[in-house]
Design a protein around this ligand. Structure first.
Ligand code: HEM
Length: 69
């Protein structure tokens, strides 16, 4: 879901997607997913750079779920 939503926004630019994910996870986020019960995702200043790369690469690799499953 995340991948498809933002790949569209960035015209299929995988690098822009990863940069965007990086910033979202580092700084936190709110209001992007139907205002999820007014919840905010907290920032994560403590995550190491190597770990950030693994997390971002993983999220960017998750495909869209098959319909009806
Ligand atoms: C390493 C830990 C985490 C990762 C990798 C992660 C990743 C993500 C990603 C990729 C999104 C989508 C952001 C977007 O669409 O721009 C998201 C949204 C969100 N996350 Fe996390 N998250 C983490 C930890 C947390 C924690 C600890 C909380 C709450 C205690 C949290 C709460 C939320 C909420 C509420 C949203 C929706 C925010 C919005 O609507 O803008 N996340 N997260």
């Amino acid at each position: 879901m995340v991948k498809e939503k933002y790949l569209k926004k960035f015209n299929g630019d995988a690098k822009a997607l990863k940069k965007y994910l990086y910033q979202t996870i580092r700084k936190g986020s709110s209001g992007k997913w139907f205002n999820f019960l007014d919840m905010k995702m907290p920032s994560h200043p403590q995550i190491k750079e190597e770990e950030m790369k693994v997390i971002v690469d993983y999220i960017a690799s998750i495909p869209e779920p098959e319909k009806g499953k």
